[in-house]
Write a protein that binds this ligand. Structure first.
Ligand code: ACO
Length: 323
């Protein structure tokens, strides 16, 4: 028997304020129709004034703990994926640790932009497989509304705020692909593509900055790289796309989601889609989709899931798991 990282709880939190596409029509040269047809987005949530990434993350973490029937001190580590932490330091993860009342273990942030949750999940799995933790709370949380240029119609209509969390627990496993848990991961980055998607500010340049994106260039990379990383991870697990019950993709654009599913040879009936309601919540989008997918009754225990994401860096990757 070998140890394997099994999902034992999932939860999410969305800020109260819902912003429909029509709200942008009042300030920008755009239309609800353009946003819907080009991105699939209909609405998104924006954090209230003073509401921070660690607030959203703490609420999502509480929901995941409740789903698992666990207390904060049952957790050995928190890995939080975000590009929009409250402060330069400490990490948002340690803030969540304090807010949960967790008095032991360790917590840190992971920054891989929209691919952040896939990177966090893969690292949490490595912590478990290397014996450094038995239970890891993995969170994706973002307040991208804080880094939007509200005069740039090509970016500010696409993003939203939110958080999702899941709990991985080491369980004995027979180790076959029919057993529950994380089966394989694949991580990639290529820093030569920085100019396609970045924030033009940061601590060492003394500003917060705004998100800048060459959307159509990112789009070009997305479908090809996402299908490839998903297939690589499936290959490593000894599985094929035809074995997949659910693709749970990063929710950036419905056309990227459709294109990737098509390239993998899977119909949209096998894809969890939340982009219409959340917009692109960066590192939060996959755990949000996993939580909503479970709530909707789509994702059930034993289902084979492949998550895939790409974002600034470029950084991209995939995780194959049996729920
Ligand atoms: N309303 C109306 N028109 C607009 C808007 C808008 N909100 N935004 C852009 N346009 C215009 C452009 O100005 C352009 O006009 P022009 O032809 O006169 O120059 C036209 O629409 C077409 O622009 P494109 O950028 O070519 O449009 P495209 O079909 O590529 O859609 C989009 C744009 C939605 C951004 C798409 O490219 C996309 O989703 N890209 C990928 C984004 C992504 O996946 N990001 C993932 C990672 S995010 C992260 O890591 C943080």
């Amino acid at each position: 028997m070998a140890g394997r990282s099994v999902v034992v709880g999932v939860g999410h939190y969305l800020p109260e304020r819902v912003v429909p596409n029509s709200e942008f029509e009042q300030t920008l040269d755009t239309t609800d129709e353009w946003i819907r047809t080009r991105s699939g987005i209909e609405r998104r949530h924006f954090a209230a004034e003073g509401e921070t990434t660690s607030d959203l993350a703490t609420n999502a973490a509480k929901a995941a703990l409740a789903d698992a029937g666990l207390e904060a001190d049952d957790i050995d580590a928190i890995v939080l994926a975000t590009s929009t932490a409250d402060l330069t330091f400490p990490s948002a993860a340690t803030m969540v640790q304090a807010r949960l009342g967790m008095t032991r273990g360790f917590a840190f942030d992971v920054q891989a932009v929209c691919a952040g949750f896939v990177f966090a999940l893969s690292n949490a799995n490595a912590l478990i497989l290397s014996g450094q933790a038995k239970r890891v709370l993995v969170i994706g949380a973002e307040t991208f509304s804080r880094i939007m240029d509200w005069t740039d119609r090509s970016t500010c209509v696409l993003f939203g705020d939110g958080a999702g969390a899941l709990i991985l627990e080491e369980q004995d496993s027979a180790g076959t692909s029919n057993d529950r848990g994380i089966l394989a991961t694949d991580l990639n980055s290529d820093g030569r593509y920085q100019e396609l998607l970045y924030v033009d500010g940061g601590v060492s340049t003394q500003s917060t900055g705004h998100l800048r994106m060459q959307g159509n260039q990112v789009f070009r990379h997305a479908v090809e790289k996402l299908a490839k990383t998903a297939n690589t991870a499936l290959d490593r697990a000894g599985l094929a796309a035809s074995d997949v019950d659910w693709i749970v993709p990063h929710q950036a654009n419905i056309r990227i989601i459709q294109g990737t599913a098509k390239k993998m040879g899977l119909p949209m009936e096998n894809v969890v889609v939340t982009v219409q309601d959340h917009g692109n919540t960066s590192a939060a989008s996959i755990p949000l989709a996993l939580s909503v997918g479970k709530q909707r009754g789509q994702i059930k225990q034993g289902d084979l899931i492949v998550t895939e994401a790409i974002g600034g860096g470029l950084a991209w990757g995939a995780v194959v798991l049996r729920w």
